[in-house]
Design a protein around this ligand. Structure first.
Ligand code: FES
Length: 278
């Protein structure tokens, strides 16, 4: 799989919600080769602290060459990352300005599988888990009838709704405090959606308990489901074993989230026993 190590210019790094930043990077080769659900590793500092790159899902891509309109790839072209500044690396990254450069490696990992023509797809997101779904919807909305189900703690945490509206993708929202959409969890919305007609495929990204509940519901209903797993990553390319998670509760065998995932089929997680351990 093609991957590029690039010194990427920052075109924009703006706070779009409290502590949430949108980072646009000039990275044409990564944008050209990226598939929805894949990620990149970014070095957040020029110094050795923090030493390791950090993983970020690809939130979106932009540029004429990405969409096949300009084979020469001239002009701005690259990837967009959406991240919350919560730790040392992401805080350092949030202080960077347009015109500075960062080292990026990608695209990495296994993304979401293709949708069948004219199928119905539900994207189920919890909090920042919505980040990769903008790219997924942009790439696939001509192929499939896509609906977003978004769960958040409050209206402030319900991100990217304007992006989906701009693509004509309908969205339903659930917030824990009821400040936007239905009061409750996104899994409540999924249960309702199943009662009104099962989709062909469900893609989920968010906190582990949400992924587990979504995957279990899909397995019970016989609906294909892919979930995007999170793990601490040091290399992102399958060599350090830092992202290894036991496949089975008895510790037999391992998945490497960076190479086997981050997107995995719910039935594979279930068959290996990993679903129970999420
Ligand atoms: S992050 Fe190194 S093996 Fe996955």
């Amino acid at each position: 799989m093609a991957r590029t190590e690039a010194r990427a210019e920052i075109l924009e790094n703006t706070e779009t919600a409290p502590e949430v930043f949108r980072l646009r990077l000039q990275a044409p080769a990564i944008a050209r080769d990226a598939a929805p659900g894949q990620f990149v590793m970014v070095r957040c500092s020029e110094s050795t602290a923090p030493l390791l790159r950090r993983p970020f899902s690809i939130h979106d891509v932009f540029g004429p060459d990405v969409f096949g309109e300009n084979a020469a790839g001239e002009g701005e072209s690259g990837i967009v990352l959406l991240y919350r500044a919560v730790g040392e690396g992401t805080r350092l990254l949030s202080a960077k300005r347009a015109g500075e450069f960062v080292d990026v490696l990608g695209p990495l990992g296994r993304g979401f599988g293709p949708f069948k023509e004219n199928s119905r797809a539900l994207l189920v997101a919890g909090g920042m888990g919505v980040a990769p779904f903008v790219f997924l919807a942009r790439r696939r909305s001509a192929q499939a009838e896509i609906t977003l189900l978004l769960g958040a703690r409050t209206w402030r945490d319900a991100l990217c709704l304007e992006d989906f509206a701009g693509m004509g993708v309908p969205a339903r929202t659930a917030t824990e405090d009821g400040s936007l959409g239905a009061k409750g969890l996104v899994t409540d919305l999924l249960g309702e959606a199943f009662r009104t007609g099962a989709p062909d495929v469900v893609c989920a990204c968010g906190p582990a308990p949400m992924l587990k509940a979504v995957a279990a519901l899909c397995l019970q209903e016989g609906v294909a489901c892919e979930v995007s797993l999170e793990a601490a990553m040091a290399c992102g390319i399958g060599v350090c074993l830092g992202c290894a998670v036991a496949k089975r509760p008895d510790g037999q065998g391992y998945y490497h989230v960076c190479a086997d995932g981050p997107v995995m089929r719910a039935e594979d997680l279930y068959a290996s026993g990993r679903l129970a351990a999420l």
